[in-house]
Design a protein around this ligand. Structure first.
Ligand code: C2E
Ligand code: CA
Ligand code: CA
Length: 570
């Protein structure tokens, strides 16, 4: 092995070969060594990350060896010796290497030897993949993956270039996999990715996100243009694909968002996009849905608001607070509990009700943190109320994405323990949206909560179409009849009959029935005759702050304090 200085023409050759190597080595570090001079060129990213002397190095093998974990050095050393002595034509190994900051990362290193005209080793080149660094390419479709997508969205935000982002996905991919096997499913994904790239992506970037979802970033396109392209793609896939021996019809879903101003971040955009995508899938039969950036009628930018709300979560839940609405015993009209209802307030946006942000954020990675804060705050507040009414029951709403998390029950029990809350006074409300979850999973969660004494309630009963089937498969301690059924009973006999029947079904399947949205004394009087045990509504009180709640309880009327014939008790 010679260590003479490399002549200029050899250096130029090394550079041009190195350039070729680095093109094909996308996403990995590359290196190339002129073995006659033991002079190599290594990627700048690697040199920076591991603190090597420079891009060009003599005796790079020895230098690199210094960075390899002592336990892995021997194998590496022998491998390199075999290569330089001509005994082996390449290597493929894994070892730990030390980064500049002292931390070891696992690297896969693959290299080959290129011989000269005489068959003597001339170059040794290859790629090092640092497993610490996420790859940006999806191996199935060859498209940039989720990490690449996030990176590119971020670049657009930083450069302030307007963009339209779009998620398109294949409906029922799981069914395709189950019916025809993963091989066929993979080919559908490959075909779709290719098709997207050819038909829309060539004006921007095409990405494969998780599962059946793909994304497009287009620099400027109106909703009409992108929708037109989407409809054309949809028609193509509805005609069906011949894959192997099968013929498959493919249905699509799509959500999109346009961004012109940039007080936002990638995760906010992703949550808004996903919300639009879910809407397309669940409510719009696959029509493309645009995430509307203007809140009902006014000019506030919703993406910016969602961004501000996410920031609040990160700033120790600044601006979030809970209101409590009493739950009354229909017989004695005494307060038995309350429902905790979330609010967010901010100087710019004022008070924002939960309907405007929970549906968008419930799948956001930050939501579990907020969910835990709600649980903890509500239980801590309730302990104050329990000093006056010891058996006071607190109702807390859950979003279905919370239930989906594998650590959900652990979180609940941790909070219950750390607050020292009696579980039998905690009632968790789930809505019929939880039907979107896997039923076995939901049942497991509910069973394990109930086994520890926690109550569970089915919220908004009657608004979904398969409520009765849900009741047949799962037990709820309480069923809450939605307010839309209560609100018209005074004027209409049919409405009364409907409500009566709903109550009877609810009574049949649960221990207790609560009616929501009671606004007048007369409504309460009618409901009592149907055997409903609990009432909640503006007639008793709107949702109010804890201090007001305690203030009411401390009046002479005690637990019957909300028994007022006064609309808006706050
Ligand atoms: P929900 O669980 O059905 O809560 C009852 C809603 O009805 C509340 O609206 C309450 O203010 C309203 N309401 C109560 N009595 C009356 C009445 O007599 N008349 C009328 N018209 N409305 C009445 P709010 O507070 O705006 O909450 C809306 C929804 O947001 C809730 O519906 C719930 O689904 C969700 N939500 C609220 N807080 C949370 C939370 O902490 N976590 C989760 N996941 N969802 C929450
Ligand atoms: Ca509720
Ligand atoms: Ca409800």
């Amino acid at each position: 092995m010679e260590t003479n200085k490399i002549p200029i023409e050899r250096k130029n050759k090394l550079d041009s070969l190195y350039e070729a190597f680095s093109i094909i080595g996308d996403d990995t570090y590359v290196y190339l060594c002129d073995m006659k001079y033991d002079c190599s060129r290594w990627s700048k990213d690697l040199v920076d990350a591991f603190g090597l002397p420079g891009e060009y190095m003599y005796g790079a093998g020895d230098i690199w060896e210094e960075h390899i974990h002592p336990d892995d050095r021997k194998v590496f050393h022998e491998g390199i010796q075999c290569i330089f002595s001509g005994k082996s034509a390449g290597h493929d190994m894994q070892y730990r290497a030390k980064k500049k900051n002292g931390e070891y990362v696992v690297c896969t290193c693959r290299g080959i030897v290129i011989n000269d005209e005489q068959g003597q080793p001339e170059y040794f080149g290859g790629a090092i993949r640092n497993h610490d660094q996420q790859g940006h390419i999806d191996s199935l479709t060859g498209l940039r993956n989720q990490y690449g997508f996030f990176e590119d969205v971020k670049r657009h935000i930083n450069n302030k270039t307007p963009m339209r982002v779009c998620i398109m996905g294949i409906g029922r991919l799981t069914e395709i996999n189950e019916m025809y096997g993963y091989g066929v499913g993979n080919k559908v994904l490959q075909y779709f990715g290719r098709y997207l790239m050819d038909h829309v992506g060539n004006r921007g970037g095409t990405y494969r996100l998780d599962g059946a979802k793909f994304a497009i970033i287009a620099e400027t396109q109106s909703f009409r243009e992108i929708k037109k392209s989407y409809e054309a793609i949809r028609r193509r896939f509805r005609q069906g694909l011949h894959i192997d021996d099968v013929f498959i019809m493919v249905e699509l879903n799509a959500g999109t968002i346009s961004l012109e101003d940039f007080a936002t971040d990638t995760q906010t955009i992703y949550s808004c996009l996903n919300y639009a995508y879910q809407d397309s899938k669940l409510k719009k039969h696959g029509d493309m849905v645009e995430f509307l950036n203007h809140l009902k009628g006014d000019k506030r930018n919703q993406t910016e608001m969602i961004y501000a709300i996410r920031e609040s979560i990160n700033q120790n839940f600044k601006g979030f607070y809970l209101l409590y609405q009493p739950i009354i015993d229909s017989d004695t009209e005494e307060v038995k509990g309350a429902e905790a209802l979330l609010r967010w307030r901010d100087e710019k946006y004022g008070m924002v009700p939960p309907d405007e942000f929970i549906p968008v954020l419930e799948r956001d990675p930050l939501f579990p943190k907020l969910g835990e804060w709600i649980l903890r705050t509500a239980m801590e507040d309730t302990k104050e109320i329990q000093k006056i009414i010891p058996e006071f029951m607190i109702h807390i709403n859950l979003s279905y994405a919370q239930l989906e998390r594998i650590d959900f029950t652990d979180t609940v029990w941790n909070v219950v323990e750390s607050v020292k809350f009696e579980p039998e006074y905690l009632c968790l409300e789930v809505t019929e949206r939880c039907k979107l979850l896997d039923m076995d999973l939901l049942e497991n969660v509910l069973v394990s909560l109930r086994a520890g004494g926690i109550h569970v309630a089915l919220d908004d009963f009657g608004t979904g179409y398969s409520s009765v089937s849900l009741l047949k498969s799962m037990y709820f301690d309480t069923i809450k009849i939605d307010k839309i059924f209560v609100q018209r009973i005074e004027e209409n006999e049919k409405e009364r009959a409907l409500l009566n029947n709903l109550s009877q079904i609810a009574l049949l399947y649960s221990g207790e029935v609560c009616a929501e949205g009671i606004e007048t004394r007369c409504e309460g009087d009618v409901l009592k005759t149907y055997g409903i045990q609990k009432f909640q509504g503006y007639y008793y009180s709107k949702p109010i702050e804890l201090e007001k709640f305690l203030g009411h309880l401390n009046t002479d009327e005690g637990t019957s304090c909300f028994k007022k014939n006064e609309y808006n008790a706050d």
